[in-house]
Design a protein around this ligand. Structure first.
Ligand code: ARG
Length: 473
């Protein structure tokens, strides 16, 4: 019996599970182990797990729930385990289910039975979600600077291209000329909101579930405020059942990532269009495009295409977790173990997409001539003409719209641009039009005139970029 016990201790999982197997006679079947194990992915938060365990045992020591000597031994063992994992000196075994049980099992090997005191006044339910909150918080703290770098790359291009003119589209039809700086500033704004969403999410997630124990709290005289404080949380969560079963923080985070990825996918799509031959607005750098194995002339925007596509994975992660959580009764259910992979995958994907888009923007090779030619096509200053008829000749806008339509038709017939149409042609439509009209018909003057707040005029774009630099960088 005693040798069997010893064997049992040294080979966790061999008979029944050592950490929860007290009332189990038989070992779990292979399929049970396979579906149950989360170690393949939750080993990713070993550092957060060890950090939270150290905070917990320090509190237990201060509250005399474990002795000072035990606390020291446990903290020493936990630090050693962290080093072992970091050096790759740690073996992972699916029989031990998850990172929490791995750490505890190894701690037992290192310091003996006093390792078992670490789990006093806590459960894996509050432990797992504490680790996960810490992990998501760390992820936000990495994504925010990546979004900032993205904004900086955009703002550098805005400075270069405050006056570069390209067509602005609605319905992907040429609408009105805009500046490239103005167009890129739109993405600076989007990224600013993405960062603000992540900040909001961080604020809400920064409460500690630790000490909620399995679901109902614990009879030990613990100090949840202390562990919250050690772990950098603003306060303990107020309700123990909510603490162990809430995954709003992960949903908040994934929805912020889904929106950010959606922004990146729109930029990616524009770069793909702009790099295509019919547009020819930009040339992709060699570093950020690939060739074709069969068509030697090709330069493919794969990084942008993959960014566009990975948005699907990130949006999918949000839907996956919403669907896991939907209809789950309180409090913890094993379903919630499925919270982690979508979050990890979405995090990896957004980091890659941000790096790719930042590099593509930094390397942007702009073909100003092609942009300008396109901006001049499609009667893009027709609105300027209508506005001139209103402002200069006092026509009601509806009538001005109609007159402009007839002038555009004449230009179409002569196959020329509006600023190339002879005055006599315009006067044939409305006799009071005079040569002053030409001042608004060039794309240059068109963008210059749009000086309203948030408009595309180069002076406005430069001012907006200055404000954005102060606010975001
Ligand atoms: N690996 C588990 C998870 O991530 C830990 C919690 C297990 N709790 C339990 N009562 N079986 O959700």
């Amino acid at each position: 019996m005693s040798s069997e016990r010893k064997d049992h201790k040294n080979r966790p999982g061999a008979a029944s599970n050592r950490l929860w197997g007290g009332r189990f006679a038989a070992t779990p079947s292979e399929i049970m182990q396979a579906i149950n194990a989360s170690i393949f992915f939750d080993s990713r938060f070993y550092a957060q797990d060890i950090r939270a365990s150290i905070a917990h045992v320090k509190m237990l020591g201060d509250r005399n729930i474990v002795t000072k000597g035990e606390t020291r031994k446990i903290v020493g063992g936990l630090n050693k385990i962290r080093q072992e994992i970091e050096k790759g000196d740690f073996s992972f075994d699916p029989a031990l289910e998850d990172i929490h049980m791995h750490v505890e099992a190894r701690l037992t090997e290192l310091i003996g039975p006093s390792a078992g005191k670490l789990h006093t006044a806590r459960s894996r339910n509050d432990q797992a979600v504490t680790d996960f909150r810490l992990w998501v918080r760390d992820a936000i703290d990495k994504i925010d600077p990546a979004l900032r770098d993205f904004q900086e790359a955009l703002l550098d291009q805005v400075a270069t291209h405050a006056e570069t003119i390209l067509p602005g589209f609605t319905h992907l039809q040429i609408a009105q000329p805009v500046t490239l700086g103005h167009h890129l500033m739109a993405y600076v704004e989007m990224a600013g909101r993405d960062r603000s969403r992540l900040r909001d999410c961080r604020k809400r997630l920064n409460e500690s579930p630790l000490g909620a124990a399995a679901l109902a709290g614990t009879p030990y005289p613990i100090d949840r405020g202390q562990t919250a404080q050690i772990l950098g949380f603003d306060r303990p969560m107020r309700n123990s059942m909510d603490a162990v079963s809430d995954r709003d923080f992960a949903l908040d985070y994934l929805s912020a990532l889904a929106i950010a990825a959606t922004h990146l996918s729109r930029l990616a799509e524009e770069l793909i269009l702009w790099a295509s031959a019919p547009f020819g607005f930009i040339t992709l750098s060699d570093r950020l495009s690939t060739g074709s194995s069969i068509m030697p002339q090709k330069r493919n925007p794969d990084a942008a295409e993959l960014t566009r596509a990975k948005t699907g994975r990130i949006n999918g992660a949000l839907i996956a977790l919403l669907t896991v959580m939907k209809g789950l009764p309180l409090a913890y259910s094993k379903d919630m173990q499925e919270d982690k992979e979508p979050v990890f995958d979405a995090t990896d994907s957004i980091e890659l997409c941000l790096a790719a888009m930042t590099a593509m923007i930094a390397d942007l090779n702009v073909n100003k001539e092609a942009m300008l030619d396109a901006a001049r096509a499609g009667y893009s200053t027709a609105t300027d003409l209508a506005d001139w008829l209103v402002i200069e000749l006092g026509l009601p806008f509806r009538e001005a719209h109609h007159v402009t339509g007839r002038i555009v038709k004449r230009a179409e017939e002569r196959n020329c641009r509006l600023d190339e149409l002879p005055l006599s042609e315009m006067q044939a439509v409305d006799g009071s039009i005079h040569k002053g009209v030409y001042s608004v018909l060039s794309v240059e003057n068109s963008v210059k005139s749009r000086r309203s707040l948030g408009g595309t005029a180069p002076v406005k774009v430069r001012a907006a970029a200055r404000t954005a630099r102060k606010e975001f960088l």
